[in-house]
Design a protein around this ligand. Structure first.
Ligand SMILES: NC(=O)c1ccc[n+]([C@@H]2O[C@H](COP(=O)([O-])OP(=O)(O)OC[C@H]3O[C@@H](n4cnc5c(N)ncnc54)[C@H](OP(=O)(O)O)[C@@H]3O)[C@@H](O)[C@H]2O)c1
Length: 333
C-alpha cells in the first residue's frame, strides 16, 4: 500500500515539475518577445547596393499605417504610401521627410474600397521597377453608414460589401499581384516580408460584426500564406506575419479608448521592433503590444460565458461612446 502511495506521490511531483517548467518556459518566451528589442529592426529585409529598398504601406496617410511608415523610414527604408486622399498623402510624405531628411517617399493614390482589379494591377505595375521587399497590408476599418455600431439586422448590402471590400478584398488582390515583386531576390540571403493587419476583434464582437469577421479573414489569410510561402524554395525567403492589435488610439479609433492604450505612432514602432523576434520564432501572428498580448491570453483561457459577457460589456461602452459622438456631430450640423 505504502509502495503505491509513494509511486502516486512521485507521479504527481513529476507532473507538477513538468507543469512548472512549461509555465516558466511560456513566461520567458513572453518576456523575451516583448523586452528584447533589436537596435536596428528589419535589417534582413534590406537589399544591398545603392538603390533604395522600398516598403509599400497601405492606408498610411494617418493612424497605425503612418506609424509603421515612420518606423521604417527611421530604419532607412524608402516608402510607398498608399491612400485615397492625395492631399493627406502629400502631408504624410512631408512629415516622413522631416523625420529623416533625404528619405525617398512615393505616393500611390488609390481607394481600397472601390479600386477595380485593373486599377490595382496598374498601380503594382507602376512600382514594378523598384526594389520592393516589404508589403504592409494595413488599410482597414468599418466603413458603414453611421452610426457605425449597429445590430447586424440594420446593415444594408452596401454596408456589408463596403467592409468586405475595404478590409478583405483589396488586401487579397494586392498581395496576389505584389508577390512576384517580393519573390525577386538577386542574392540568396535577400528576404522579403508581408505584414497583415488583423485585430483582436477577429474573435467575433457585437455591433461591428462585419469588421470582426473580416479581421478573422485577414488572420486566416495571413497564416495560410505564411505556410504556403514556406512550402516552396521559390518563395521560402518571404516571411508573412499577421499583426493582431488590441485598442490603439488613432484617427479611426478615437472614442471610448483609454489613455493607457498605445497611440498610433507608438504602436507602429512596436510592430517594427517586434516583427523580427516573432518571425525568428516561426510565429504566424503577433500581438505586438505587451499588455494586449497578456489580455488576449487571459481572454482565450476564460469560459465562453464569461468572455461573452466581458466582450458585450466592453463593446457596449464603445458603442455608446462612438454613437453619442456621432449624435453630437449631427446636432452641430
Ligand atoms: N486603432 C485600433 O484600435 C485598431 C485595432 C485593431 C486593428 N486595427 C487595424 O489597424 C489598421 C489601421 O487602423 P487605424 O486605427 O490606424 O486606422 P485609421 O486611423 O482610420 O487610418 C486609416 C488609414 O487608411 C486610410 N484610408 C481610409 N479609407 C481608405 C480607402 N478607402 N482607401 C485607401 N486608404 C484609406 C486613411 O486615410 P484618410 O485619413 O485619408 O481617410 C488612413 O490613412 C486597420 O486595418 C484596423 O482595422 C486598428
Amino acid at each position: 500500500m505504502a509502495g503505491i502511495f509513494n509511486v502516486l506521490i512521485a507521479m504527481l511531483a513529476g507532473l507538477g515539475a513538468v507543469t512548472l517548467c512549461c509555465i516558466i518556459y511560456s513566461m520567458l518566451r513572453f518576456l523575451t518577445l516583448h523586452l528584447i528589442i533589436p537596435s536596428h529592426p528589419l535589417q534582413s529585409y534590406k537589399r544591398s547596393g545603392p538603390e533604395p529598398t522600398y516598403a509599400l504601406v497601405t492606408g498610411s496617410s494617418a493612424g497605425i499605417g503612418l506609424g509603421v511608415a515612420q518606423a521604417l523610414v527611421k530604419e532607412g527604408f524608402a516608402i510607398i504610401l498608399l491612400g485615397h486622399l492625395a492631399e493627406e498623402l502629400a502631408e504624410a510624405k512631408s512629415g516622413l521627410q522631416a523625420l529623416r531628411p533625404g528619405a525617398v517617399v512615393r505616393i500611390l493614390v488609390m481607394n481600397a474600397r472601390t479600386a477595380t482589379p485593373e486599377e490595382i494591377k496598374d498601380a503594382v505595375q507602376s512600382i514594378a521597377d523598384l526594389q520592393l521587399s516589404i508589403l504592409v497590408n494595413n488599410v482597414g476599418g468599418n466603413p458603414v453608414r453611421l452610426p457605425a455600431f449597429r445590430p447586424m439586422a440594420t446593415h444594408s448590402s452596401e454596408d456589408i460589401d463596403a467592409v468586405i471590400n475595404h478590409n478583405a478584398r483589396f488586401m487579397a488582390r494586392l498581395t496576389a499581384l505584389t508577390l512576384p515583386l517580393l519573390s525577386r531576390n538577386s542574392r540568396p540571403e535577400d528576404r522579403s516580408l508581408i505584414l497583415n493587419m488583423s485585430s483582436a476583434a477577429w474573435v467575433g464582437i457585437p455591433w461591428i460584426i462585419m469588421y470582426g469577421a473580416t479581421k478573422a479573414f485577414n488572420l486566416g489569410f495571413s497564416c495560410g500564406l505564411a505556410r504556403e510561402l514556406k512550402a516552396s524554395p521559390d518563395t521560402s525567403h518571404i516571411d508573412c506575419l499577421a499583426i493582431v492589435p488590441g485598442e490603439v488610439r488613432s484617427q479611426g479609433n478615437c472614442e471610448g479608448v483609454s489613455d493607457s492604450e498605445p497611440r498610433w505612432d507608438q504602436f507602429g514602432q512596436c510592430i517594427v521592433d517586434k516583427a523580427d523576434n516573432a518571425i525568428s520564432r516561426n510565429q504566424t501572428h503577433l500581438h505586438p503590444w505587451m499588455m494586449h498580448d497578456f489580455q488576449q491570453k487571459i481572454l482565450a483561457a476564460l469560459p465562453e460565458g464569461i468572455s461573452t459577457a466581458a466582450l458585450n460589456d466592453a463593446l457596449g461602452k464603445k458603442r455608446e461612446a462612438f454613437n453619442s459622438a456621432w449624435e453630437r456631430s449631427q446636432k452641430m450640423e
